[in-house]
Structures are given as C-alpha cells and as structure tokens.
Design a protein around this ligand. Structure first.
Ligand code: MIG
Length: 785
C-alpha cells in the first residue's frame, strides 16, 4: 500500500511538472511601448517583452527586428548596410517613419507595425490582436489579410503560383520522389511578394531557423502569418510599386549573380553516372558526331574513389588530366560533383586534416558527429567557419588542376541516411536547427570563392541543391530529384519561375525527369522547354534508362537537335538577359505575375505555368500528351516565334502544340539578338549577329551585351555593349555607339525585321543614318552591316 502511494505521488509530480512546462509555452504577445529612443541610425522601442529596432535601408526598404535578445544580429543573406540615419515623428499614440516611398506607422499600445505607401495607402499591417508573439522560442507574426490579397514567391515551393490559401515550411530537405505538392524541398527563400488593391509590397523574413508561412490557409481568411522555431522577428519590408522593382530591391539587399561562364548556358549532358572516362568520352564524341550542340559533360559520384570527395577512381578515371585534355579538344567543359560528407578513413587527406584542425560538426561535448551517406560513415565540415570554407575551397585543386571548371554541390541540406541530424549537433557556434537552412549556401560559398581563387581570372560554375536567400551570389541551383511525368514538368516551370522571384536566375530542372523513364513524347517536349530554361541540363537517375538525345529514334533525335540548335541561336539574347540579371536581379524566366501583376488570368491554374523568357519571349509549357493548348496572351501584340503569325493579346488563343513546336511567342516590338547555329559556345560561327525585330506599336529598346564569356575582365570594362532601339512612330531603328573595351566576336550585323512591310524609314548606326536595303521578302527585311 505504501509503495503504491509513493508511485502515485511520483506520478502526480511528473504530471504537474508537465503542466508547469506547458505554462511556459503560453503565448506572449508584444505589448505596449515603454520607451522610444534613437541610437545612431536605429529607432529602438522597448516593451516589457522585447525590443523592436527599425532601420531604413533605402527609401523603399525598411527593416524591423523584434527580439528578446538581439545578441547575434548577423545575416547570411544581407550584403548591404542600413542608411546612416533615421528620422521619426512621435505623435503620442503613434510613431511615424516616412521615406519618399514608404510610411511606417507604429502603433504604441500595443506595439504594432503598419506599412503604407508614402501617400497613405495601406500596404500591409500587423494584426491588431496578435501582431508579433512568442510561444517559448517560437516567434510568429500575424498580419491583416486583405480580401483580394495574393502572394507569390518563397522560391522553391510546390503548389500554385498564387500562394493564397496555402502554407509552407522552410526546412532544407533531401526530397527524392517529391510530387507537385510536396513541402518542404531542398531550399529556403523566406521572401514573398504580396499584392492587393492594385498595390504591391515585399517581405523578407531573414531568419534561418525552421520557418513557416501561412497565406490564409488556416485562419478562415482572417490573417496571414509567418514565424520560426527560434531567432528574431526580423524582416525587411519592400514598398516599391512594381514586382520587378521589388525584386530589384530584394537583390540589391541580398546580392546579385556574377556573369556566369558562357559555356554553362549551353546544353549540358549529365547522368548518374557516366561510370568511366571512356564512357564519358564516348558520349561527348557521340554528341559531336550527331551534331547535337553541347558544351558540358558531368561526372556524378562514381568518378570518385569510394565516394571520397576530392579524389578520382584510379581504375575508371585513371588519367583525369588526359580526360580533361580530350574533352577540351572537343570543346567540352566538365562539371564534377562533390558532397559535403567526408569519409571517415585514416590516410584520406581531407579526413586527416579535418580531424587535426577540428573542422567537423560536433556534439556539445566536442565529440564528432557521425552520419552515413554515400561514402559510408562521414563527418560534416563546419562551413560556418571561414577557415573551414577556405580549407574546403583549397581542396578543389584536386579537380581544378586537371582542368575541371564546374562544381556541383549535392546532398548539402545536409542529407544523411535514414535519420535526422540531432538538434544538438553544433556547427561552430550554431546548433543544427539554426544552421540547417544555410548549410548548403555556405558550402556553395566555400566552393565558389575557393575555386575562383584556384582558377585565377576564370569564372567557375557552381551548382547547388540546397540554398538560402543570397545564394545567387555564388551559385546556380537546380530543383533536385524531379520525376518523369507531365505534371512534374509543369511544376518545374513554376519552380524555376518562383526561384526567379527570389533572386535565383540561373536555375535548371533535370530535363526528362530524374526519377522514372519518360515516354519519347515527354522527353522531346521537356527538351523543347529546356531551351527556355535558364540552365539546360539533361540528367537522370542510376536506375533509369539512358537519356541521351539519340536514344529516342531518328525522328525524335532530329526534333531534339533542332530545339537544342534553337538554344544556341538564342544565346546572344540569353547572355544579354543574364547581364540584365547581373545588373538588376531580374530573373531570366519570369512568371507573368512580374509584368502583368494586375491581370487575373495569369494566376489561373491553367495559365500559371506560362512565363516570359527574358524581355521579349513568352513560353507556354504544354504537356506531352496535348498537341494543342489554350494559351493566354496578355494585352499587347504577339507573334508566334515559329511562324510569325500575329495575335492581339488580352485573350486566350488555342495554339497548336505539336511536339516539334512548343508554343513560344514574341512581343510586338521585341528585339532579339541571335546567331547562326554553332556546335558549342567556343565555336566562332559565321560571325554574323542577327538582330531580330518584330513590328509593333510600342517603342522598345534592348541592351545587347557580350564579353569573353570566361573571365572577370568584364568588371574592368572589357565588354561590348550597345543599346538597340526601335521607335515605331519615327519608323526608326537605331544601334547606339558601342561601350566597353571588348571586340565583338561578330564581324557583321544583320537586322532581321519581321512583319514590317518596308515600313522602316531610318536605320541609325552610332547616331548616324545609315543605308537601308530590303531583302527579297517584304516581311523579312535583312539589312547587313
Ligand atoms: O542520393 O549523386 O539530386 O542529381 O544524381 C542521391 C547522385 C544523390 C542526388 C541528386 C542527383 C544525383 C544523385 N544524388
């Protein structure tokens, strides 16, 4: 009996201590302002619960950070500093911070942050009841949800273009076999654009912990909310009144891409894996023999010795230098894969060095964290340390010395077999929950900066699977292990477009679908969409059938070849578009929501996959089973690229969509520089730059850009740049004077005018009127220089 009583007491004690713990998970809501101060350029408002800080970055960017500690105020994403000063007006109940573009009205009791345009139209507001609040370490912000509010963004997220009514988690995850609604995937971009009542705004929640976004999915359409398992309520609010300008501001803050090596924009042939140097060379030779233009071959994990990073398999890849020489002789570049896990094996250089120097992630007691991945048991480098990043970067000499110029970073979520990395594992000063979402980006940074150093003045190409906001500064991304079915192809287009909203311009998907075997129709269709994907890579898993272009029958190979040729024809336009992205952050693949924000049709499920590819081309992805498709052409004039047939926009058309002709349209007045087919980006070609212009009623201009495609000399003005303009009222086409020190690889310019009927009256070259000559065809006028 006595014993029985005792255990009851213990039981009660356990029970009540649980209750006690639960009390500590109570919700705490940000309360009244108790003090308002300005310290240098920061406005500081204290409440009982926390401290809020406000900075102005630019007139259209204001940062708010609400924290209980403000101890570690660092960012992996942000590369800019706030403005030197902040002015505010204390009205008693409210505080106002006003810039030329934004008005932030801070309600003091309780403390709430409400954003308006400078002329007072409400952009986005805290929910008056819940605002910012905490449950233990979890911090959440509730916002007013407007009736007509839409949301786009968050980068690599499945689901619809319009994210209203959906919720998402950011927790970088190896997601093989994911489907069109799986969440989360590999990458974290906690940045979205909201729009309502004709207004737009952006919000970047710079918090690396596991985070959550709910766009009215679970609150009866009353509020939207976002939050994280830890860290601060730290966000940047963007007030520009166009989606393009918001993207420009977001990439101003988080950085923009450097010019990619031109070769990385050509066709890329990958496979898990080409098992030997001989097989790799066979494939490369076959591409050349069949005259399928291509620039890049890949080594997936099997080139290594027992998956040891920075090694080569001595039997199957006995002479890396020889392999690279042969590839270079055929004008191919090679990309090799690296994973983060370092095999535990004494005598293996990276393992020994990592142990001696204490470069690996540990448990809190200093014991190394061990997991299993491809190499067997591994340790993970702590990429949060600069010293470790430098060490990692220098290790690439094993790859750069033989001549590799591209570096594929895989498994960096980080992925481990059958287990979650324990939350107590430490990467430097960070525990896993705080660092997970940036681990891949840190690896990509180490890879990019390291290989850049090793390669002198040459541009490395880095491709990463895991990422966080700001990754565009270091690397391209692809969307991971997609699957060989139509809905996945369409999802891929949406993922690429969504990643473009969050600053990632050089993005690809595995053409054909990584998992499973595509039908020949799907392969052909997907390849034709690949032409209009910023990074164009054919890749497939080890347990699928081979996917190279000649494996689909002669007829299909001809279609695939023709499409890849189209990619190469478009390269002058694509490269110029990357230059635009380098300067402004605007992506190459642009959801129609960027340019046609207020047009409801672009958000409809049927048209949401359509996108602009650069300034002038509209692409409508079509399932491989459909040979015609309804396409929505936004207001304006359009031409089908393949036939020059003209359409009035602002309506739905039924476009023919045979597998030989993906529905692709050009805008009226579009200016698209092209070239003749070449077999790779190193081939000089016929030396003719073909500037294609389509007739239209709107004035238009295009910045044509060229440089050597491989070095950083463009940062020292060694480029060739000129503005091409078309003015329909003056019936004039002009090519501005050339800027920059680079000599164009084209010795001739051809103006190819579509739909003009001899209407052009003047052509100006460097500001001076120049000769006008018509070709045979009235419609297609060719002028040569
Ligand atoms: O556990 O390196 O997403 O592109 O081919 C799979 C082998 C590891 C996953 C990548 C995929 C790559 C594969 N990797």
């Amino acid at each position: 009996m006595k014993r029985y009583c005792l255990s009851l007491v213990i039981l009660l004690a356990v029970y009540s201590s649980n209750l006690f713990a639960q009390q500590h998970m109570d919700v705490q809501i940000l309360g009244n302002a108790e003090s308002v101060n300005k310290k240098d350029n920061v406005l500081i408002i204290k409440t009982k619960e926390a401290e809020a800080r406000v900075w102005i970055y630019t007139p259209s960017i204001i940062r708010v950070s609400i924290s209980k500690e403000h101890s570690l105020d660092t960012s992996f994403a942000v590369v800019k500093e706030p403005a030197a000063d902040i002015q505010y007006k204390d009205n008693g109940n409210t505080i106002e911070v006003t810039t030329s573009a934004l008005k932030l009205v801070i309600n003091k009791s309780p403390l709430r942050f409400n954003f308006y345009t400078a002329d007072g139209r409400a952009l986005s507001q805290d929910d008056p009841s819940f605002g910012t609040n905490w449950q233990g370490a979890r911090v959440v912000n509730y916002r007013k949800l407007y009736k007509d509010e839409r949301f786009i963004g968050l980068g690599e997220k499945t689901g619809n273009l319009d994210r209203r009514g959906s919720s998402y988690v950011n927790w970088n995850t190896d997601a093989p076999n994911h489907g069109p609604t799986t969440d989360p995937l590999y990458e974290t971009f906690p940045f979205f654009v909201g729009m309502h009542g004709g207004l737009t705004y952006g919000l970047f929640f710079d918090n690396t912990h596991k985070s959550y976004f709910d766009f009215g999915a679970s609150t009866d359409n009353q509020t939207s909310w976002f939050g994280a398992d830890g860290g601060d309520m730290n966000y940047y609010f963007f007030g520009a009144q166009s989606v393009a300008q918001i993207i420009e501001d977001y990439t101003w803050l988080t950085g923009r891409m450097e010019m990619p090596p031109l070769w990385s924009l050509g066709y890329q042939q990958c496979r898990w894996s080409y098992m030997s140097a001989d097989e790799l060379l066979d494939i490369a030779t076959h591409l050349r023999k069949d005259k399928i233009p291509a620039d890049v071959m890949y080594c997936d994990i099997d080139y290594m010795d027992h998956y040891k990073i920075f090694t080569w398999n001595k039997t199957t890849f006995p002479d890396p230098k020889g392999l690279l020489t042969k590839l270079k002789d055929m004008d191919f570049n090679l990309v090799t894969i690296v994973d983060p896990g370092i095999k535990i094996e004494e005598g293996y250089k990276q393992f020994d060095e990592g142990i001696t120097k204490n470069y690996f992630a540990t448990y809190p007691n200093g014991e190394k964290y061990t997991a299993e991945v491809w190499p067997g048991r591994v340790h993970f480098p702590d990429f949060t340390s600069k010293e470790v990043r430098d060490w990692w970067g220098a290790s690439f000499s094993a790859l750069t010395e033989p001549g590799v110029e591209g570096f594929w970073n895989d498994m960096n979520e980080p992925a481990v077999w059958n287990q979650n990395i324990p939350y107590m594992v430490k990467f430097g000063k960070y525990y896993m929950p705080e660092i997970r979402n940036v681990y891949g980006m840190q690896m990509a940074e180490a890879t990019y900066l390291g290989t850049k150093k090793l390669m002198g003045n040459k541009r490395p190409f880095v491709l990463t699977r895991a990422a966080y906001s700001g990754t565009q500064r270091f690397s391209a991304v692809w969307t991971g292990d997609n699957s060989a079915y139509d809905a996945h192809m369409l999802l891929g287009a949406r993922l690429v477009n969504s990643l473009g909203i969050t600053g990632m311009s050089l993005v690809g998907v595995d053409i054909g679908g990584f998992t499973g075997d595509p039908t020949p129709e799907l392969m052909v269709r997907w390849n034709s969409l690949g032409v209009y994907t910023p990074m164009f890579r054919n890749h497939s898993a080890h347990d699928t059938k081979h996917r190279e272009p000649w494996l689909w029958g002669k007829e299909n190979e001809d279609v695939i070849r023709k499409d890849i040729e189209q990619r190469y024809k478009l390269l002058p336009y694509i490269y110029s578009s990357f230059y635009q992205s380098h300067l402004t952050g605007l992506p190459i693949s642009r959801t129609l929501a960027i340019n046609y924000t207020q047009d409801d049709s672009v958000y409809s499920e049927h048209f949401q996959n359509q996108f602009l590819f650069g300034d002038g081309i509209l692409v409508a992805p079509v399932e491989s089973t459909r040979l015609s498709e309804d396409v929505y052409l936004p207001k304006g004039e359009w031409y089908r690229l393949s036939t020059s047939e003209k359409y009035e926009g602002g309506k739905i058309i039924n476009a023919s969509a045979p597998l030989t002709d993906l529905p692709v349209f050009v805008k009226g007045s579009a200016i698209i520089p092209m070239q003749s087919v070449v077999q790779n980006t190193k081939e000089k070609g016929d030396g003719i730059l073909k500037i294609n212009i389509w007739n239209g009623t709107k004035a238009n201009s295009f910045v044509y850009y060229e440089d050597d495609g491989t070095s950083y000399d463009y940062q020292k003005d060694v480029f060739y740049k000129r503005t091409i303009s078309f003015d329909p009222t003056k019936k004039e086409i002009s090519l501005s004077a050339v800027e920059g020190l680079f000599a164009s690889k084209y010795s001739q310019i051809e103006l190819v005018l579509h739909g003009f009927d001899r209407e052009v009256k003047t052509i100006k070259l460097n500001g001076k009127a120049s000769g006008l000559a018509f070709g045979n065809d009235n419609k297609e006028m060719i002028v040569k220089y």
